[in-house]
Write a protein that binds this ligand. Structure first.
Ligand SMILES: [Mg+2]
Ligand SMILES: [Zn+2]
Length: 241
């Protein structure tokens, strides 16, 4: 019996947002105002598609993007956490559910040699086209009205857990580690034995504390963290129970 660890990517595994970090590749490290202003709420993937097209048109090539992306620092304690998980592989399965894209996440995990930690990465599929433009698509379509059009992390999580169950893998509990507004949906569906781990000072933690002040019911326990080392401590506590 294993524990399922669900990771967000931006501002959770890495200590910044990959989609804004990549703007460092742009001339003067910024986007033209028209492009910046073209974002429409709920259509982030489409916006990033335009950003990647702009970078490609400006002559930014794959290698430069990769070098920039792999220079993002990991969040404090994350490397220690992944090493801890690797040593305790028999006790944990790990997945990433992220609104970044498959190319960025692959680069980061590959450069740090952390691919083996994760059983599966769920994110918007991306690839370079013949013109050298990075293209990105929506992960899926869903009918959750709380989430952006391209990704409901709760739908992904529920589908993964069901699929695993069909394969005979039943998790004792789910630990969800994240920071952002799009982590709220999956976290509120966690069950009594599960643990929500919001990053201290970020949107997810602020939203959860507002919800508890409003006495909105939540089944899972909440453990706030600032460093991956604190996550290790809590996982050690869970596997000793
Ligand atoms: Mg995030
Ligand atoms: Zn949702």
């Amino acid at each position: 019996m294993k524990i399922l660890l669900v990771f967000d990517f931006d501002n959770t595994i890495i200590d910044d947002n990959s989609d804004t970090w990549i703007v460092q590749c742009a001339p003067d490290k910024k986007l033209p105002i028209e492009l910046q202003d073209s974002y429409q709420k709920g259509f982030w993937t489409e916006f990033m598609g335009r950003v990647f097209k702009y970078l490609g048109d400006e002559g930014v090539r794959e290698n430069e993007m990769k070098t920039t992306m792999t220079s993002i620092p990991f969040t404090p304690g994350m490397v220690e956490l992944f090493n801890f998980i690797r040593k305790n592989k028999d006790k944990f399965d790990c997945i990433i559910i992220s609104d970044s894209n498959s190319v960025f996440i692959d680069w980061v995990l590959e450069a740090a040699n952390f691919h083996d930690i994760f059983a599966k990465v769920f994110t918007n599929p991306a690839a370079f086209d013949n013109n050298g433009h990075l293209t990105v698509e929506n992960y899926h379509a869903h009918s959750c009205n709380r989430c952006p059009k391209n990704l409901c992390k709760n739908v992904v999580l529920v589908e993964f857990v069901e699929k695993q169950l069909q394969q005979g893998v039943n998790y004792t509990q789910i630990v969800y580690i994240g920071d952002g507004g799009n982590d709220v949906c999956p976290v509120t569906f966690l069950k009594k034995n599960d643990v929500a781990m919001p990053r201290k000072g970020y949107t997810l933690q602020k939203t959860l504390s507002r919800m508890s002040q409003n006495l909105e019911p939540m089944e899972s326990s909440i453990v706030v963290w600032s460093s991956g080392v604190e996550i290790i401590s809590h996982l050690q506590f869970l596997i000793k129970e």
